[in-house]
Design a protein. Sequence first.
Length: 160
Amino acid sequence: MRRREFISLLSGALATWPLAAHTQQATKLPQIGILSLGRGDKSDASLTTVDAFTPALRELGYTEGQNIAFDRKFADGDANKLSELAQELVEHRVDAIVAFATPAVLAAKKATSAIPIVGIGMADPVEDELASSLARPGGNVTGTTFLGPELVSKRLQLLK
């Protein structure tokens, strides 16, 4: 499946969740798993990125507890915990996983090939074997990168 098709599919799923939840009895809200290497308290600077996610979804009409739910997992700085936490998200049958930074994305990918994973702030998804290429990632992982070598020359061209 191509990246754009995947993103369209994910967007379509998000758009239909409120309708599906309304037509079915509200037995299960669509659930997004959040996986982070950081801590879930205010002492962690990366929590700012996690906290920005919920208001952004609210702007799209998704309110936690009403038409969407979050299952947050924080590794408290211990990368060894990420695999276990990712597996817990899979066992909880979340509908998508948002993983912050490369170690969390790697753990999520190891835990599932079926649940869509959106990686935020990955280093080099191609080198880390999270994607086949930036143009066509393949698999169940998509997201944003900040260090991909393919982007360096483009950024330098912008500075001209």
